[in-house]
Design a protein around this ligand. Sequence first.
Ligand code: S3P
Length: 155
Amino acid sequence: MNLILIGFMGSGKTTVGKILSKQLNWKFVDTDEIIEQKVKMPIKKIFFLYGEYFFRRLERHILQNIDIKEPFILSTGGGMPCFKDNIDIMKKKGIVIYLKAPKSRLFKIDKKNRPLLKKAKILINKRKYCYQKADYIIENYKIDSCIKQLKQLVR
Ligand code: S3P
């Protein structure tokens, strides 16, 4: 069984994924990290030099080719499930969990590597329909309770 975490920037995908993967002894994978390693530059620079479409195609390529033989938790970039039919590919690879965080959290997150954060209000509205296609929705107000719910799901 694999878990795929989706949700807007700052919804806690990486934080929750890392903690939970340690507790379950599962592998943790973060698509933003894979992209930065592959292209050898920070996300912000990739957007600046090559544009968003290039980044989305990279994300999709990584998703399509993910091939991990052990149970894993995949933390995805906030826009990944909303590009083409990525959400359907995700559902074939694992249980898709939408981490739904309060909007107020957005304004506290690190803007440095998130070039699309300035369009947050528009993007939240555009993406909510796609996020809602997840297999499960977990309100992530507190990391602890979110992890507890996820553990119950995989038990
Ligand atoms: C993006 C979210 C970022 C990163 C990129 C684009 C988005 O990931 O993939 O800046 O479109 O919402 P996080 O959701 O991990 O911040």
